[in-house]
Structures are given as structure tokens and as C-alpha cells.
Design a protein around this ligand. Sequence first.
Ligand SMILES: *[C@@H]1O[C@H](CO)[C@@H](O)[C@H](O)[C@H]1NC(C)=O
Ligand SMILES: *[C@@H]1O[C@H](CO)[C@@H](O)[C@H](O)[C@H]1NC(C)=O
Ligand SMILES: *[C@@H]1O[C@H](CO)[C@@H](O)[C@H](O)[C@H]1NC(C)=O
Ligand SMILES: *[C@@H]1O[C@H](CO)[C@@H](O)[C@H](O)[C@H]1NC(C)=O
Ligand SMILES: *[C@@H]1O[C@H](CO)[C@@H](O)[C@H](O)[C@H]1NC(C)=O
Length: 195
Amino acid sequence: MTKLTRNLISSIVFFLISLLLVSCSATNATSRIRSRHRPCKRLVFYFHDILYNGHNARNATSAIVGAPAWGNTTILAGQNHHFGNVVVFDDPITLDHNLHSTPVGRAQGFYLYDNKEIFTSWLGFSFVFNSTQHKGSINFAGADPLMNKTRDISVIGGTGDFFMSRGVATLMTDAFEGEVYFRLRVDVKLYECWS
Ligand SMILES: *[C@@H]1O[C@H](CO)[C@@H](O)[C@H](O)[C@H]1NC(C)=O
Ligand SMILES: *[C@@H]1O[C@H](CO)[C@@H](O)[C@H](O)[C@H]1NC(C)=O
Ligand SMILES: *[C@@H]1O[C@H](CO)[C@@H](O)[C@H](O)[C@H]1NC(C)=O
Ligand SMILES: *[C@@H]1O[C@H](CO)[C@@H](O)[C@H](O)[C@H]1NC(C)=O
Ligand SMILES: *[C@@H]1O[C@H](CO)[C@@H](O)[C@H](O)[C@H]1NC(C)=O
């Protein structure tokens, strides 16, 4: 082999290795999984949570049912990012931002604050539908680091129109007013659809 051929081969090999490295780093695990699997069904909902604050019993759709020894069940614990509070909710689900739109179902379940350092909750709830659009339920569970713009939680199952569904739901805080009202946008992406 001449020196020229050897140089040529080594630069080709170098080029191929660089190409491989660039393409590996360009597609991280999330984007690779996303491009390989497309949702079989995608639905967007909003749900509205009005937390009891000692004065709004008539309007409230959620209530603090658990508090650490240093807190109480009227107001979320002032220290440690509400750590230890447990809230039960029965919130209306709408197809748009408006709290007063006709609900298509209820979001029912609980969230608890489980991080002393940052605002993070853990969500376990169901969307229970009984409307002309949807009948049945979708069940959700997962960690919700509230301060992040979007958070993914698991869709762990479903019934009725959502029989055996599984997937991921992307949550976004669409609005909030102090610690009394928040509205979550829920982008449900199902990767297993049986109906
Ligand atoms: C992975 O890639 C997706 C889409 O290209 C991007 O939105 C996301 O921020 C990336 N994640 C990381 C951890 O780099
Ligand atoms: C209850 O909701 C209505 C309509 O949104 C509002 O006008 C009223 O001020 C609320 N009442 C309380 C006690 O929060
Ligand atoms: C409940 O806890 C909140 C927040 O720590 C505090 O501001 C409020 O005074 C407490 N209320 C009662 C009745 O102890
Ligand atoms: C669903 O709505 C229909 C009509 O309003 C009602 O008859 C039925 O009892 C409801 N079912 C449930 C499970 O709430
Ligand atoms: C939430 O945001 C923090 C800080 O920006 C980041 O370190 C963390 O990975 C994010 N968590 C999720 C689940 O996206």
C-alpha cells in the first residue's frame, strides 16, 4: 500500500466514525422512541381545580385531607414546599380553557406533595367520562414536578371507550391564581388502543 492510499483509507475511516458519533448524539432516547412509536389516539383536555381555602366551600372542587404535624388542613403547609399535604379532588374536565364550559367528565383522585426542596406532587387520578363524546375512564399516575413547563405522567389503563389504553399524558399548567385555582392542560397520547 502506498502512503497515499493509507492516508486516504484512514481519513475515510475517520469520516465514517465522526458521522456515526454525530448521528448518535443527534437522536437521544426520547426522540428515537417518539419517532419509532406514534400515538394511536391523541386527546387534549383541561381540568380545573379550586382548592378549599377556608372561605369557598361552595365553589371548591378539592380539599386538603392530610397535613404534616406542623401544618393544617385549611391552608397548604407554608414551609418545605407543602411537603406532606394530601389533596383530594373532583374537578370538571372541559375541552377548552373555560371553567364554565359544559364539562365532558370529572377528574377524580388525589395529589400529594412529596418533595421538601422543590414544588413536586405525585398524582393518582381518573378521568371519568359520561358525555356524548366519551364514555368510560382513563387512569393516570406519576410524578409532577410543577415548576417544569411540561411534565409527563403515565396513562396506566382505561375502561369503556378507553378499554385497556396505555400511554403518556403531557401536563402543562395553563393558568393559576395563587393557591386557590389552577388549570391543567392534559395532552393524552395513547400508544395502545383497543377500541
Ligand atoms: C431529545 O430530543 C428531543 C427532540 O429532538 C428534544 O425535544 C429533547 O429536548 C431532547 N432531550 C434531551 C435530554 O436532549
Ligand atoms: C364562586 O364562583 C363564582 C363564579 O365563578 C364567583 O362569582 C364567586 O365569587 C365564587 N365564590 C367564592 C366564595 O369563591
Ligand atoms: C394553617 O396553616 C397556615 C399555613 O401554615 C397558616 O397560615 C394558618 O394560620 C393555619 N391555620 C390554622 C387555623 O392553624
Ligand atoms: C351517565 O349519564 C346518563 C345520562 O345523564 C345517566 O343516566 C347515567 O346514570 C350516567 N352514568 C354514570 C355512571 O354516571
Ligand atoms: C424539571 O426541571 C428541572 C430543572 O430545570 C430538571 O433538572 C428536571 O430534569 C426536569 N424534570 C423533568 C421530569 O422533566
